[in-house]
Design a protein around this ligand. Structure first.
Ligand code: AP5
Length: 215
């Protein structure tokens, strides 16, 4: 198993680009730490109950919770694939834990892709984000609007706004990103693993930039 880490601020397009890459290449597997946690919250597992408050406040959940979820998931993957890790690791401590997990399951870290997007664009993207609770499709009210306002193109469900996408929480998530995740850029740059990709422009173009960065 190869592991590619998608790094970038909240709203930088990690999930959107991962979805585009996976749609074109079935050997890729997208794993979003945020989606894993939201699913745990929805199912009210012990981890989900503990994570809920941190997520509502826009803080990082304790390393042990998310690291265990990722390790369990990786241990359950049989056969060759490339894992697109979106949202994990998010701290230098989590990167150390991931190194152990990768070594433990005989995988290797292929690259770390940093999607570079200015803060003001991140805020606008998050303010307009809508998600489909039915099939998981993602939209943006002006950048990627559904054909019928408020309805998913694929399954017709009413689109929703994520609980942590309110302006106050977003401000805090950006501050948390700067303080806790930005140090990872230097960490992976020092290893020669970092690939910087401009995260602005049409989604297909960004996806192509990421493919080139990985080739
Ligand atoms: P998580 O779900 O990972 O949130 P995030 O990192 O803040 O990232 P987002 O999901 O907000 O954005 P994205 O980069 O995927 O952008 P998207 O593609 O949606 O984490 C949520 C919470 O979970 C955290 O706050 C924390 O509490 C917890 N958590 C998660 N992982 C953790 C960890 N490892 N450790 C501890 N806690 C953890 O795009 C955004 C919008 O922009 C969309 O509307 C999209 O349509 C639009 N868009 C995308 N690309 C473009 C483009 N090129 N042009 C125009 N619009 C675009």
């Amino acid at each position: 198993m190869n592991v590619v880490i998608l790094l970038g601020g909240p709203g930088s397009g990690k999930g959107t680009i991962a979805g585009r890459l996976v749609a074109a290449d079935p050997t890729l597997r997208h794993v979003s730490s945020g989606d894993l946690l939201r699913d745990a919250v929805k199912r009210q597992t012990a981890a989900g109950v503990e994570a809920d408050g941190y997520m509502k406040r826009g803080e990082l959940v304790p390393d042990a919770i998310i690291a265990r979820m990722i390790a369990d998931l990786m241990a359950g993957i049989a056969g060759p694939c490339t894992l697109l890790l979106d949202g994990f690791p998010r701290t230098v401590a989590q990167a150390g834990i991931l190194d152990g997990t990768i070594a433990g399951c005989g995988a290797s870290l292929a690259a770390v892709v940093l999607l570079e997007v200015a803060d003001e664009i991140l805020v606008d993207r998050i303010a307009g984000r809508r998600a489909c609770p039915g099939c998981g499709a993602g939209y943006h009210v002006t950048n990627i609007p559904p054909r019928v306002a408020g309805r998913c193109d694929a399954c017709g469900s009413a689109l929703t706004v994520r609980k942590d996408d309110n302006p106050e929480t977003v401000k805090h998530r950006l501050a948390v990103y700067q303080a806790q995740t930005v140090p990872l850029i230097e960490f992976y740059e020092a290893r020669g693993a970092l690939r910087r990709v401009p995260g602005i422009g049409p989604i297909d173009e960004i996806a192509e930039r990421v493919r080139r960065a990985l080739s």
